[in-house]
Design a protein around this ligand. Sequence first.
Ligand code: SAM
Length: 471
Amino acid sequence: MYDPKSLKAEEFISDEEILETLAYAEKNKDNAELIDSIIAKAELRKGLSHREAAVLLDCTLEDRNERIFKLAEQIKKDFYGNRIVMFAPLYLSNYCVNGCVYCPYHMKNKHIARKKLTQEEVRNEVIALQDMGHKRLAIEAGEDPVNNPIEYILECIDTIYSIKHKNGAIRRVNVNIAATTVENYRKLKEAGIGTYILFQETYHKESYLKLHPTGPKHDYAYHTEAMDRAMDGGIDDVGLGVLFGLELYRYEFAGLLMHAEHLEAVHGVGPHTISVPRLKKADDIDPTQFDNGISDEIFAKICALIRISVPYTGMIISTRESQAVREKVIRLGVSQISGASRTSVGGYTEKERPHDSEQFDVSDQRTLDEVVKWLMELGYIPSFCTACYREGRTGDRFMSLCKSGQIQNCCHPNALMTLKEYLMDYATPGTREVGEKLILDEIKNVPNEKVRGIVIDNLAKIENGTRDFRF
Ligand code: SAM
């Protein structure tokens, strides 16, 4: 029985409810009256239910689809302005005891080089990342209680936060590790992590069991209920995602929104972020073995619909996607992107991009400087801001900042100040020139006069060597 408030995976992600939702969407895919009423509701910027969003996903009326894309663009502008938050993944270990059939880290893959960073190697990777200009990381690891126990992850987090190289600092560490216990989530919280990210991979239980045939990840309920345990452990910023390509996208899309509704219903706060990874080629993995790949057009529509269905949830896109696809979906709603990512353990300290322990092929292989310049030339402000969780604005406190309309007096100045740090410390001359001009133009868009004055003051102080200002 479907119950968003239930703590049982099969009740809050009810297969029956998803199938009914898909049938309802199919039946109404050209029902202009219903579609107009759903779009009108989305225009109120309070989100949509999974059923409503599913109808829009199926909608075949071209003019309505255009309205959906326009609305997503507008909501993106209203809620996130033109800021794009930057981050990089850091792979700690590819030891893994699971059998995920789509992932090169799966236990039976004997030809991938297994590596686990020592603390000295973590240091060197972090210094390399700091020297590019990164301030925010997402740490990644396979699941292996012997090689990568929670103590190892915690030690790495400590090391990462402790490294202050030149003007560099990692100020926010997000964590993408396998589902774990409430007690371990509490330890992660105490270690000062930002968001806990865990992709569901697929919400379809039967497929899930086949795609994860062995290892602890085989347990669908344990995996699906992980975010509840994370929240019970005190982590109130959690990041959802599905790996598009494994199952039918319509099913996944409904499941993803139901998961968000469940978190809101039980914990009073929805997901902090949603990631939209698509399956990629990797060692021992051929994505054509999976026949549910989605086109760039459907992918863009999914991004647009996530934007209008959960307006307060940030959306993340990785370097799995090409520059062209990233450009398209940034406009439609993505608020965070990675840059210069290396998906191999120890990859950042290698001169050439290593492929032997890569988790997936990286489509966007540009440097961080190139990505930053590209964003600015498109009119975006690359932001290295990490202020919210450091100021205690997590969970519902972050949501109330969004809802208060104060973002332009808070996130916007933080973006400008952290971009200024980047330009001073890491940018090439060409990027710096574009950035300085952008900052001058954008200062005018800080509405509050007093705040604007402080920002101008702080920008001058950054010019003179002081770092880490924030609202
Ligand atoms: N091991 C952790 C877990 O079990 O959730 C998470 C870390 S894993 C390094 C991060 C994510 O990479 C996975 O959740 C999966 O969605 C994604 N991934 C795995 N294989 C992939 C592939 N071939 N192409 C694209 N993404 C992949």
